[in-house]
Design a protein around this ligand. Structure first.
Ligand code: MP5
Length: 219
């Protein structure tokens, strides 16, 4: 079993819930309310902007040229991706500058802090987040109608090019961990899985700073 496979296997139950989350299901079958998708778009744009800074930092920490090749490819793909977000936001009349919800701010800050724990932990976070989106959007792709308004986003994270990028990240992770995750990688990956689920829940439910902080789940 590779490092990536071991990490996913150790979080199997929660991992499965990512691609079957009600937000993902509703995006696929076309039943997602427009304002819920709009909320995801604004929140995820904030995440990706922060994620690009995280990836830039990780690229700087990469141990060798093959590792830099993989990460630089991922970084380059974020320019057209952010263009897609901006275009869609403008078409939908959305303000991309609005305040992110607590879960999103926490997840983005967690990603940006990960390289402080070293390249391998940072790469583990990168692999987890990209792989979670690959699985979620592949699940959307499998059920979405040809007329779905979301194909730009579906293609972005379920194309063969993106799948190949995630496979390259898995191979790199396997190489730099000598085939098995250490304790720090296991902990980081488990946090990514929990944050991914929380993120879907937050955008689906409309988490707000005004929510009662004493309650376990938003709204
Ligand atoms: C990704 C994302 C994938 N856009 N949003 C979340 C919450 N998780 C993962 O990252 P990228 O950089 O858009 O491929």
């Amino acid at each position: 079993m590779s490092t990536a496979e071991a990490l996913v296997a150790a979080n199997r139950d929660l991992w499965t819930r990512i691609a079957t989350h009600p937000f993902v299901r509703a995006t696929a079958d076309g039943s997602l309310p427009r304002e819920t998708f709009d909320r995801w778009l604004v929140e995820d744009h904030f995440f990706v902007v922060g994620f690009r800074r995280f990836l830039g930092r990780l690229l700087e920490l990469a141990p060798d040229e093959p590792a830099r090749d993989v990460l630089a490819g991922g970084l380059a793909a974020l320019a057209p991706e952010l263009e897609l977000f901006r275009r869609e936001a403008a078409a939908r009349g959305l303000d991309l500058g609005s305040e992110p919800c607590p879960t999103n701010l926490g997840y983005t800050a967690f990603c940006q802090a990960a390289p402080s724990d070293g390249f391998v932990v940072g790469l583990t976070v990168l692999y987890g987040a990209e792989s979670a989106y690959l699985d979620a959007w592949t699940a959307v792709r499998e059920r979405a109608a040809a007329s779905s308004p979301y194909w730009g986003f579906i293609d972005n994270w379920s194309s063969s090019a993106f799948r190949a990028y995630v496979a390259d990240l898995a191979a790199l992770l396997d190489r730099v961990t000598d085939g098995a995750p250490g304790h720090a990688e296991q902990r980081a990956f488990s946090r990514v899985v929990r944050f991914e689920l929380r993120f879907w829940h937050a955008v689906h439910a409309g988490e707000r700073w005004e929510d009662d902080p004493g309650r376990a789940t938003p709204r």
